[in-house]
Design a protein around this ligand. Sequence first.
Ligand SMILES: [Zn+2]
Length: 294
Amino acid sequence: MRNSVLAAALLLVTTVASALGQAMYSEAWYDSFRGPMSAPAEPFKVVGNIHYVGAADISSWLVTTPDGHVLIDTGTVEMHDVVRDNIEALGFNPSDVEIILSTEAQFDHVGGHARMQKLTGARVMAMRGDAEALSTGTDNSALGAVGWEPVKVDRVLEHGDTVEIGATTLRAVHNPGRTQGTTTWMMAVEDGGRSYNVAFLGSMGPNAGVALHRNPQHKNVITDSRLGLSRLKAEKAPNIILPNHAQSFFGGKIEQIKAGVRPHPLLNGDVWTSDIVEAETNLEITVDAEMQGS
Ligand SMILES: [Zn+2]
């Protein structure tokens, strides 16, 4: 299979569902997120000032600067200790995390926000749509999965807003679909004399199997998903695309990354456009299929 972030994500969902031998979104499905996908994993520097501090599958990224750090996604509440320990293992102090961001307001990416906010004292910033979900503790996405402890949102973001800390600027691309405020974060890093454009990718479209035409939570999920994908497509292809489920994406490359192998083992910008086109195709097929079936 080609090195596709989307394909890896789809494969993961299929694998989890089939391995469990049960319908998705069952208790066993939730347990896979709270258990194996939240299991401890070794942290490491990815590129420039970007570090992986997440769990075995669910991502959490630490962007470090001398003026404080940014944490992108906190994962499940069950992986709180994993993220804290990983930050410390890399020699950083959780109390230096100044800002907490997210890719999408679902329990597996923001479930840990409230505890991490208490531990670090960081300000939480979130895209409109997801900000409401965070502050109410309710998943307002088309999936409508379990919620989390409500989080105080200090800054509500809009498409194109930037978050600045030290010499680092993160730019928010609002690509709704998976959730109302799904966000892909764009930043540039310098590493070994070259610069890389990096995307922390928010999922490309709704969860599999959710209702699209008459979804009670996310009423305009179809038009939002089309808008989100068109915004991603309008971006210049990043050099490195970092997904919020990383296990299959990292597969076998962590030792190379840690060893500083160049060209960088995660260079994958050539799949940017093809992944988006594939997601657009999948979306329209699903929209049509639901229409036929109803
Ligand atoms: Zn997820």
